[in-house]
Design a protein around this ligand. Structure first.
Ligand code: SAM
Length: 279
């Protein structure tokens, strides 16, 4: 029978956030796969855990996942930990989980600290609908595409960023999205935790004078529905009725439904659209 892969969340800055279940699991498994064994040994020593470790990181994630899945299929129990937080969130864990699923190896997750959720709850921004972007792509073209998409995002957005890229990213966000509310969450759960609810403009001004230090999560306000609606109306206004109709018919709507929708968008009666099209 195959063993189980245990995704074990570890503290993002405060050792007291380690759960009892994670400690017990890390003691009980045959092997712990860790993103950085030198880093994780401190955590294991602190909790008196003596299970052998093996490294599983960004640069060996595919070959190593193969090996780990092989061990799991032989019946070994394996735990995955990353440098901090929940495995598979902006770290190589995702590859291993997918491979386990493909080979019918059971995977379970032991929930615990995660920087994005901790930041969201502290942001003061809407938590009802949100999306997690992680790190913006390093590739310039992909990055531009993601920023373009985010312009119209109405959900609260959560981003990870390294301190040495913070100013650049704030500038790009400001240039693409305009001024928005943003909460910068720094050094979460650590001694110098700092939550800064501000705007993109003010954050940029602040970090012009101040060198960013520590770990950051950026929580950004989504575009309001009111703003999206106004933009939509403005875009209809630049179209002729024929173009507006073609827009919906191009999406597969029949003529009658398209007329109804065009009338609704323009805030006029259906008859008016019909009369225009038949004139
Ligand atoms: N798997 C982790 C999790 O569950 O959040 C995230 C790993 S990702 C490689 C590391 C990024 O998470 C950092 O660059 C930072 O953006 C964010 N992060 C991790 N710990 C943090 C903390 N204590 N305070 C603020 N941000 C943190």
């Amino acid at each position: 029978m195959a063993g189980t892969l245990y995704l074990c969340a570890t503290p993002i800055g405060n050792l007291q956030d380690m759960t009892r279940r994670v400690i017990e699991t890390l003691r009980a498994v045959d092997v712990i796969a860790a993103e950085d064994t030198r880093n994780s040994i401190k955590l294991l020593n602190h909790f008196d855990i003596h299970t052998p470790m093996t490294s599983y990181h960004e640069y060996n994630k595919v070959e190593k996942a193969e090996q780990l899945v092989g061990q799991l299929l032989e019946g070994k129990q394996i735990a995955l930990i990353t440098d901090a937080g929940t495995p598979a969130i902006s770290d190589p864990g995702e590859v291993l989980v997918r491979m386990c699923q493909e080979r019918n190896v059971p995977v379970t997750s032991l929930p615990g600290p995660c920087a994005c959720i901790t930041a969201l709850t502290l942001s003061g921004l809407s938590t009802r609908r949100f999306c997690f972007e992680g790190f913006l792509p390093a590739d310039r073209k992909e990055r531009r595409m993601v920023l373009e998409e985010l312009k119209q995002e109405s959900r609260t957005m959560i981003l990870y960023e390294a301190p040495h890229h913070l100013k650049g990213t704030l500038e790009e966000l400001y240039d693409s999205l305009g001024n928005r509310r943003i909460t910068l969450c720094r050094e979460l759960t650590k001694r110098f935790e700092n939550i800064m609810p501000t705007t993109l403009e003010q954050a940029l001004a602040y970090y012009k004078a101040e060198e960013p230090r520590g770990e950051f999560v950026l929580v950004l306000e989504g575009k309001s529905f009111q703003e999206l609606r106004q933009e939509e109306i403005a875009s209809w206004e630049t179209m002729t009725i024929e173009e507006h109709m073609a827009h919906y018919e191009g999406q597969g709507m029949d003529r009658k439904s398209a007329m109804k929708q065009v009338a609704r968008d323009r805030g006029v009666g259906k008859r008016e659209i019909y009369a225009h099209l038949c004139s």
